[in-house]
Design a protein around this ligand. Structure first.
Ligand code: HEM
Length: 542
């Protein structure tokens, strides 16, 4: 026996044990991978009620079709798929999630109408309620009905008519800000000065919601504590990372203190405190004899909430009232600034349309027409409609079946197995992906030139769409339809009236690629940064 023999034995034994360990690990991993595969694909598919529907095959086991969806502008890939597979299809999201996606007006109308059967998804509500609190966007169906009833008078035709002078006040400030930027010398002498219009418009829409929403002037100013804490909330939301998404999807990650959640929590504390002060102050103003400045939405809401004929159980709590402040800022600010920026972009591309619109606006002989006078301008109405059709700021919505249900269809579809599907029978938990923008761009509804920007098109197509406005789903339909749609239309018209009479909007000499960047709204972006830069020239004689 040599002295090296024990070492050899030890080495052989280590190698044997390592091999066993390695085989064990590899086996364990194979079992996990097998279970993951079963979970990600066959099990999810088996449980899914839309498995017989046509649709694209998943291109990746883990991500399903999500990479193709994320790789294009929102709604574009779905629009292509609807043309290929029909108005009702299924596709797969990350981690095996199966979605039914619809472009059928009858099915969409049914889903948006029946809010007790088809609700908002938990994760969407969770993102929003962390930021906004207990407002209309996040309320469950029973509280939603109660809140909506109290809020309705604040959005009536009369209420909007009375708010329009405040819209003009902000619009003329915006005009001055645009003129100041346009008048600055260009940093590059070969190019005319460009104006960052999205930022300026965004300040204006925040100021409009501040003053018309709750009598708070200059929300966009850095001196406004509420405006600043709200801006911090949005920044934190935009900085959310993979851990934040895990928190939303999997409750186990709920208490993980990420940078974004900490920032949201801190800003919420400030926003809540300021919101409380605003509510207390508006209540006091309402109770004070002779108070006349109560045309803002919060005052109207409080008045409706304090009405003697409203039963105590129908009233909103103070927290709910406060939740409406952030909800209105959020729902009413980014949406309209996005629509307005895309409107200016369309004008810059189509100089003929801009000239025609300006000619109509110039026929008005006052600087502050009433909303009725603006509504009588037919080309302005057609232009706004076309922007809201093609450049719809809220391009997508989601719903989940809260119970087993049957969804009617406008026409039968052929299943993968060749059978005819007259109506969709879905199980509780089925997720619906509803790309609003695809219906707005549907060739079946708007004709072969549906992709073309054409304000002169007939806004009354033969297929009726169950939307609140102009056969579009832009403001959705049913009990959750946008409560602010009249407000938004009036605001867009006032801003266009002031800006287009004052300036000509043009594309930069070397146009940038401006693409929609979707995070709830489809804001314009240049090279990944939210932005829209245009050349702005004063209109002669103005
Ligand atoms: C062009 C501008 C706007 C667009 C495209 C738009 C679009 C929408 C859409 C699609 C929804 C439904 C979301 C869903 O349930 O999935 C919605 C809801 C809502 N919008 Fe708007 N909106 C706009 C402007 C406004 C304005 C100006 C306000 C307030 C002043 C506002 C307040 C709200 C509120 C509070 C809700 C929740 C309604 C509910 O669930 O009952 N929106 N909006």
């Amino acid at each position: 026996m040599t002295t090296s023999q024990p070492y050899v034995e030890v080495l052989v034994s280590i190698a044997r044990n390592s091999a066993i360990l390695f085989a064990g690990l590899a086996g364990g991993l194979a079992v996990i991978a097998g279970l993951a595969y079963l979970y990600l694909y066959p099990l999810q598919l088996l449980r899914f009620s839309g498995r017989n529907l046509p649709g694209p095959e998943p291109t990746n086991l883990l991500w399903g079709n999500q990479k193709e969806i994320m790789g294009k502008n929102t709604g574009d890939v779905q629009t292509e798929w609807f043309e290929k597979y029909g108005k009702v299809m299924r596709y797969r999201y990350a981690l095996g999630a199966q979605h039914i996606s619809l472009n059928d007006p009858v099915a969409l109308g049914h889903i948006f109408q029946h809010t007790d059967t088809f609700g908002k998804m938990y994760r969407t509500k969770r993102i929003l309620s962390d930021i906004l609190g207990d407002g209309l966007l996040t309320a469950d169906p029973v509280n939603h009905r109660r809140q909506r009833r109290v809020l309705n008078p604040a959005f009536s035709v009369t209420a909007i008519r009375e708010m329009v002078p405040d819209f003009f006040g902000v619009a003329y400030k915006l005009r001055d800000a645009v003129a100041a930027e346009a008048g600055k010398p260009s940093l590059d002498e070969k190019k005319p000065q460009e104006v960052e219009v999205h930022e300026l418009v965004s300040h204006a829409t925040l100021d409009i919601i501040g003053v018309s929403g709750f009598g708070a002037r200059d929300l966009s100013s850095s001196d406004s504590a509420l405006g600043t804490s709200y801006a911090d909330l949005l920044t934190a939301r935009n900085q959310a990372n993979i851990f934040d998404f895990l928190q939303i999807t999997y409750p186990a990650f709920k208490n993980l203190p990420t940078k974004a959640t900490r920032k949201i929590k801190d800003s919420r504390t400030i926003t809540d405190k300021l919101g409380h002060d605003i509510v207390a102050e508006r209540k006091k103003a309402l109770e004070a004899a002779g108070d006349t400045d109560t045309r803002d939405m919060l005052s109207r809401l409080l008045r409706a909430n304090m009405a003697p004929d409203l039963k105590p159980e129908q009233r909103m709590t103070d927290d709910e009232v406060m939740g409406q402040i952030t909800t209105l800022m959020f729902a009413g600010h980014e949406t309209t600034s996005t629509a307005m920026s895309w409107a200016l972009w369309r004008l810059a591309i189509h100089q003929d349309i801009q000239a025609k619109l300006r000619a109509e606006l110039m026929t008005i002989d006052t600087d502050e027409p009433s909303i009725d006078a603006l509504n009588a301008l037919t080309y302005l109405e057609k232009f706004v409609h076309e922007v809201l059709r093609l450049d719809d700021p809220v391009a997508l919505s989601y719903r989940i079946a809260l119970k087993d249900a049957v969804v009617p269809l406008s026409a039968p579809v052929t299943g993968r197995d060749g059978s005819t599907i007259e109506a969709l029978t879905v199980k509780k938990g089925t997720m619906f992906h509803t790309p609003i923008i695809s219906l707005n761009r549907s060739k079946d509804i708007w004709g072969d030139d549906a992709d073309k920007f054409n304000p002169d098109r007939d806004t009354n197509p033969s297929t009726q769409v169950p939307g609140m406005y102009g056969n579009l789903l832009t403001f959705l339909s049913g009990p959750h339809h946008c409560i602010g749609y009249r407000f938004a239309l009036a605001e867009l018209k006032v801003l266009l009236f002031v800006l287009v009479r004052s300036f000509n909007f043009e594309l930069p000499a070397e146009p940038y690629t401006i693409v929609p960047h979707t995070l709830i709204t489809m804001r314009p972006s240049i090279n990944g940064k939210i932005s829209m830069r245009l050349v702005v020239k004063p209109v002669a004689g103005q």
